[in-house]
Design a binder for this molecule. Structure first.
Ligand code: BTN
Length: 246
């Protein structure tokens, strides 16, 4: 994958711009970065606060030639990428299924993967938002959010983070697309996440809540949760929060 980068001062959303570029025929590896977003979006229709230079707002176009059943693994792969890019800056991140990157149990980055139909086939845009400074997130969520600046002693170097992101994207996308790619991505994710198994969680779905202990991932990346009656629920999409035992 050849990486190329388009930079903007202001965009509605880097994901929207990357999707438009994909429809216009952009090759995989095109990255879109903005200093500020006016309509940044998160999962489940939430908005993503995007003050100028407070966060890294990054999207990459992929054109994966994998079995569509494994497309959810792209989010997990991106989690591994962001984990390693932040670890490279001296942080010790965790990954909360499916796509939150935590440091000190607080959210520091999020991932939003979206599919796009294009004339040359299905593309996937992977958007990454990393809190660089404390004004990257609304003060109402300050208890559960953090930023690179707050977690390190050195000044934040966004360019160094972008360069690690693109390097690790190349590496782990190659892993995903190779033979045994899905199993290897699950393996890499498992090595970096305390949420893989034995974590007490509450999963919020559209119409119900499931409490239980995480019990590994399915081969497509879905989360297995063992409930009190020892049955296993398989969660394809939902919000996970950690339950603290007293
Ligand atoms: C989440 O945790 O809910 C996902 C947040 C993803 C935010 C990033 S910022 C860059 C890209 N552009 C967007 O509009 N969203 C993603």
């Amino acid at each position: 994958m050849n990486i190329s980068v388009l930079r903007f001062d202001t965009l509605g959303s880097t994901n929207t711009e990357a999707a438009n570029q994909a429809r216009l025929g952009a090759a995989e590896g095109l990255c879109v970065i903005a200093r500020r977003q006016t309509a940044g979006r998160g999962r489940r229709g939430r908005s993503w606060t995007s003050e100028q230079d407070a966060g890294l707002y990054f999207s990459i176009v992929l054109r994966p030639k994998i079995d569509p059943a494994y497309l959810p693994l792209i989010t997990l792969m991106a989690g591994v990428v962001v984990h390693d890019a932040l670890n490279n800056r001296g942080l010790l991140p965790d990954i909360k299924w499916p796509n939150d990157i935590l440091v000190s149990e607080k959210k520091i980055a999020g991932i939003l993967a979206e599919t796009v139909e294009t004339d040359s086939g299905l593309a996937v845009v992977v958007g990454i938002g990393i809190n660089l400074k404390a004004n990257a997130y609304p003060q109402e969520v300050a208890e559960n959010a953090t930023s690179v600046e707050e977690e390190t002693d050195e000044p934040v170097d966004p360019q160094a983070i972008v360069s690690s992101l693109t390097t690790y994207f190349r590496d782990f996308y190659d892993v995903l697309c190779a033979a045994d790619g899905p199993a290897n991505i699950v393996y890499e994710w498992r090595r970096r996440s305390t949420y893989y198994d034995g974590k007490a969680v509450r999963v919020t779905l559209d119409s119900e809540m499931i409490d239980g202990l995480t019990d590994g991932l399915e081969e497509n990346g879905a989360l297995r949760v063992k409930t009190d009656d020892d049955s296993v629920r398989v969660v394809q999409a939902g919000d996970v929060e950690r339950l603290r035992t007293v």
